[in-house]
Design a protein around this ligand. Structure first.
Ligand SMILES: *Cc1c(COP(=O)(O)O)cnc(C)c1O
Length: 367
């Protein structure tokens, strides 16, 4: 008898597993790169206010939010699309341009949503080699074939925290055929203070085949709402607007997003906090003799002596109430990723890490 069967390839997808969050007894949830300063009070107020009109459909075009984004970034509102979490847009771009037999390129140690998005539409994800924790423009270009439809880069990258300079990004775009969509995922772009960083906005403004994706989940502290946006050419927007859900962004999310954008003090405080503790945590951990990948984002990738060492540290820190992210699926089994948290959590995790490192037997064979 015929049975219900998903399309070929769907059952090959490894489901995405997020950072630990179930445990309520934690002192520090430093596993998902969430905002260290919580959410802007203005955004929370706007969200609550929207509760009075929940019986109404949201504005299907997210017009007010797009206009606020357009004003903030000096870009055209009609070339912005708002989405229910930028992950959604990463899948939509694959759905729009790739399918069975096509290839989708991403950097080998990059965000796991890219291969999932590619496979969900039947396309083949191709992992491209990195070097020294950096995405490699030459390797990405060398991997392009006539089957390539989408290239994902993350700037800055997760989980390494490194970035591609503006010049390198331009070189990548110049080397790609116009028939390939270049997606620049800037989930952490707001945190970066480096001068030679480029979030891809100008490329997205000037090229037909570039989409920059952004999120309210990280610096704006709205991960729970699922709100993201993208900026790209008219052609790309025309395509995305045909395949997105008609009311794809909830009304309270739109309202909170507008308020969050308006709270420039909150964003400035978040950048200042991040810059300060990025440097402080890097220094503290380096002083313990561990290698920390130089990061410009709101997290750090820490290298341990071995996979066992990293796992033992993870368990030790969990026991003390601190949750970091294991990196096995990202190709870094001997690393852990630490999000920059609030002051007390940063200090607490450093104290706990210090006790782990200075224990005579880290392998916990005595327990
Ligand atoms: C967190 C993150 C996102 C954001 O996803 P949302 O769906 O908007 O929450 C996108 N890309 C990368 C690389 C991320 O780490």
């Amino acid at each position: 008898m015929a049975k219900l069967t998903p399309r070929p390839g769907i059952m090959d997808i490894t489901p995405y597993v997020g950072g630990q969050s179930k445990d309520t007894s934690f002192k520090g949830k430093l596993s998902s790169n969430e905002s260290a300063l919580g959410t802007s009070p203005a955004a929370v107020a706007a969200y609550s206010e929207a509760a009075a009109t929940l019986h109404r459909y949201p504005d299907g075009g997210s017009i007010t939010l797009r206009e606020a984004l357009a004003a903030e970034y000096d870009i055209e509102a009609n070339r912005i699309v708002c989405v229910s979490g930028s992950d959604d847009l990463l899948t939509m771009i694959c759905r729009a341009y790739a399918g069975p037999g096509d290839e989708v390129l991403y950097s080998e140690n990059g965000f796991l949503v890219y291969p999932i998005a590619a496979m969900s539409v039947g396309a083949t994800p191709i992992a491209v080699c990195e070097r020294d924790y950096h995405q490699q423009v030459d390797n990405l270009l060398a991997a392009v074939t006539p089957k390539t439809k989408v290239v994902f880069v993350t700037n800055p990258s997760n989980p390494t925290g490194t970035y591609i300079t503006g010049d390198e990004l331009a070189r990548l775009h110049a080397g790609l055929p116009n028939s390939v969509a270049l997606v620049i995922d800037g989930a952490y772009a707001e945190f970066v203070t480096a001068e030679d960083f480029d979030c891809g906005l100008e490329l997205a403004r000037n090229a037909d085949n570039v989409l920059m994706t952004r999120t309210f989940s990280k610096i704006y502290g709205l991960a729970g709402l699922r709100l993201g946006w993208g900026y790209g050419s008219r052609q790309i927007m025309d395509v995305i607007n045909r395949i997105r859900g008609p009311f794809n962004v909830a009304a309270p999310s739109q309202a909170a997003g507008v308020a969050a954008l308006g709270d420039t003090e909150f964003v400035a405080a978040a950048v200042a906090h991040n810059s300060k503790y990025l440097a402080w945590l890097t220094q503290q951990i380096t002083d313990m003799g561990l290698f920390v990948v130089p990061s410009v984002a709101n997290f750090l990738l820490i290298k341990f002596d071995s996979e066992e060492h990293a796992h033992a540290c993870d368990l030790f820190l969990q026991d003390k109430g601190f949750f970091l992210r294991r990196m096995d699926e990202y190709g870094f089994p001997d690393h852990l990723r630490l999000s920059i948290g609030p002051v007390d959590e940063n200090e607490g995790v450093i104290a706990a890490l210090h006790s782990f490192i200075t224990r005579p037997n880290w392998d916990a064979s005595d327990e």
